[in-house]
Design a protein around this ligand. Structure first.
Ligand SMILES: *Cc1c(COP(=O)(O)O)cnc(C)c1O
Length: 420
């Protein structure tokens, strides 16, 4: 599906109808390139499976918060899942509607709560009693009532990387399952809150459906208890987290994933409730690549290195999570390949993008780092005073710069030296 937006035509990688060589020449490297068609296809799979049901999709902004990306989803009618006031501002600037926004996150500031209440977001996903108290106070001061769900922690193992599993007892996220019922009673008693739903999000890059079903069963049981206590639950937010194929993972197809969860909710007698999905990676991850050019080849004593112009500041996932991203030649050579570590120019041994990759490569060649549409540009930094890469979106045969490459001047424009 979304991968088909990235194909070889006459031996050259294309993004939709545009050659990646042309993109690199025109806009420079390192360069993030997104495909509008791939974004649209992935979102459409969610939308198709939700059609005719009381179900809606809130795209997780933190996976890719470029305004053009958000705008593509907004035009398709998406809602959004945000984790900060900054992300709310982006959604609104991109043409999204506050009434379709859910506000997640474990540490919302009072000012962020105020902005979200003023904008009129659909729901606050609250993660603790102190947060309930703060939201109640902020809403009261504004003379408003805040719509809330509690994010409950179902304590299931999503079988993913420890840094991206969030639904275990040891995680900082959510209200402990055993305390959830009492916390709902407390929320229902606060005068400036409206309890409207329940929320859970068990992790990211999940490639099996069973952890979702385990979590869902626990959440539905809790919903019955909460309603027995006299608080009605209008919606169930099942979070995000569906994995993608980086190498040879085989996650469920989006449509069958959505249908399976909706069916479980119906067969358990909860079909009258609205269901929210919060996908991030699965709608953006395979809709982007990072193009980078080889600067030097270096033979070390034990390893060969391909030193490229992208680095850990551009793509942090390998350094942060030992994440694997496929790396392909933009114009494959037929020569014999060698094994390389693909590394950047940053002064850290952790600055690698791929290890032990078999490549037939020469200095000056272009590489495409795949699956770079999610948690890639959004996690980039200016470490080593490296300007962040430009972002381009391809739409058919047209390429649009959707974020200009930063300049070095911009990086220290807000800094100043002491007067004496
Ligand atoms: C990060 C996050 C998501 C999106 O997760 P993906 O793995 O990108 O689908 C959804 N909901 C919440 C609360 C999140 O923190």
């Amino acid at each position: 599906m979304s991968q088909s937006a990235f194909t070889y035509v006459d031996g050259v990688l294309h993004v939709e109808g545009v050659s990646a060589v042309t993109l690199a020449e025109q806009f420079g490297t390192p360069l993030y390139v997104y495909s509008r068609a791939a974004l649209t296809d992935a979102y459409a799979a969610y939308a198709r499976a939700c059609a005719g049901r009381r179900a809606s999709v809130h795209v997780a902004v933190k996976a890719n918060s470029n305004l053009a990306v958000l705008n593509v989803f907004a035009r398709l009618g998406a809602g959004f899942d945000i984790v900060s006031g900054g992300e709310l501002a982006r959604v609104l600037a991109a043409g999204g509607k506050a009434e379709n926004v859910v506000f997640s996150g474990v540490g919302k500031g009072a000012d962020e709560m105020r902005e979200a209440l003023d904008a009129g977001v659909k729901c606050f996903n609250v993660e603790s009693i102190p947060e309930l108290d703060r939201l109640n106070a902020v809403a009261g001061a504004l003379g408003k009532r805040a719509p809330v769900s509690l994010r409950v922690n179902p304590d299931v193992d999503p079988k993913t990387h420890p840094y991206i599993s969030t639904g275990l007892k040891a995680n900082k996220f959510g209200v402990a399952f055993d305390e959830a019922r009492a916390t709902y009673r407390k929320a229902a008693a606060l005068p400036h809150l409206d309890v409207v739903g329940i929320d859970c999000h068990i992790g990211s890059q999940i490639t099996e459906i069973s952890p979702y079903l385990d979590a869902l069963d626990k959440v539905l049981e809790l919903v019955e208890q909460i309603e027995a206590d006299g608080t009605s639950i209008h919606h169930i937010d099942v979070g995000g987290g569906l994995g993608i194929t980086y190498a040879n993972e085989t996650p469920p197809e989006i449509e069958s994933f959505v249908r399976t969860l909706l069916e479980r909710i119906e067969t358990r007698g909860h079909g009258h409730r609205e269901v929210f999905f919060e996908p991030g990676r699965s709608v953006t991850g395979n809709a982007g690549v990072l193009l980078t050019r080889v600067e030097f080849l270096k033979a070390g004593e034990e390893k060969n290195f391909a030193i490229v112009d992208a680095a850990m500041n551009d793509l942090a996932r390998p350094a942060m999570y030992q994440a694997y991203h496929a790396i392909d030649m933009v114009v494959p050579r037929s020569d014999a390949s060698k094994v390389y570590d693909v590394v950047g120019p940053v002064c850290e041994s952790g600055d690698w993008l791929g290890r032990d990759r078999s490549l037939a490569v020469e200095p000056g060649d272009l590489l495409a780092i795949r699956s770079a549409g999610a948690y890639s540009f959004t996690m980039s930094s200016n470490y080593n005073t490296r300007p962040r890469a430009a972002e381009v979106m391809v739409d058919g045969t047209e390429a649009h710069v959707v974020r200009a490459r930063e300049t070095v001047r911009e990086l220290f424009a807000g800094e100043s030296i002491l007067p004496r």
